[in-house]
Design a binder for this molecule. Structure first.
Ligand code: 1GP
Length: 227
């Protein structure tokens, strides 16, 4: 059975802009991970997204699309994760791109398949931080953003995004303490079982990205942290 997003503990994120060999794709898809998110920051094309979707559909694993880019929106995914970067310096990445996408494809998407993600981008050097002009935040602000997303906006997912670096487990724990209903996603720098376990102690779900392309064995090992 394919797991819904609110039961995911471990997720791999594949970037459609990056090439991936068939054996690596198979190893990732059959690793025991709960889901695969297809998403990236730039150079996302419809062709590459469709290609990855078709290749992944051969395996019994949930596949979610995470893009605000109109060009890549296509049918066939189990879930459509819609990221809003809450600490973005521009409205474009909070609501505008999302509205643009829904204007085009909204009528084809079912309410239950659309899941909002309140992103808090915390690595100022990450591409996503530059593209969205993410504001740097104090720890107290991070917690306040998380509470806003959870208790005010009632977003189903609050996503602490450190993309490229390993984050601060104590800040992840502080965020977890204020959440009442949303699920806490953590992503960034998970490249070992130890780090996966450390973040899973606080976050509901961990997202493993880059290491897939750097060290497959290490990436696969992170799945065992959920056992
Ligand atoms: C990126 O949160 C994910 O969007 C995972 O981060 O690539 O650093 O593992 P890494």
């Amino acid at each position: 059975m394919l797991l819904p997003y609110n039961e995911w503990r471990h997720v791999f994120k594949l970037d459609p802009a990056k090439e991936i060999e068939e054996e690596i794709l198979q190893a990732i898809a059959t690793s025991g991970t709960d889901a695969i998110i297809v998403g990236g920051t730039d150079d996302i094309t419809l062709d590459a997204t469709l290609d990855l979707l078709m290749r992944l559909r051969r395996y019994p694993v949930a596949v979610a699309l995470e893009v605000s880019e109109l060009e890549a929106a296509t049918m066939g995914f189990d879930t459509y994760l819609t990221p809003s970067v809450l600490n973005s310096g521009t409205l474009e990445h909070v609501i505008e791109k999302q509205v643009e996408a829904l204007e085009e494809v909204g009528h084809m998407l079912a309410h239950q398949d659309l899941v909002g993600e309140g992103y808090i981008v915390l690595n100022p050097d990450a591409k996503v931080a530059r593209v969205t002009q993410a504001k740097e935040l104090t720890d107290d602000q991070v917690v306040a953003y998380a509470q806003l997303a959870d208790s005010v906006f009632r977003m189903p997912i609050i996503y602490l995004e450190y993309s490229g670096i390993y984050g601060d487990p104590s800040l992840v724990a502080s965020v977890k303490r204020v959440l009442k209903q949303g699920r806490l996603f953590y992503g960034g720098g998970i490249d070992s079982v130890e780090r996966a376990q450390e973040m899973l102690a606080h976050a509901d779900t961990i997202i493993v990205g880059n290491i897939i392309y750097e060290n497959l064995e290490a990436a696969l090992a992170t799945v065992t942290a959920t056992r």
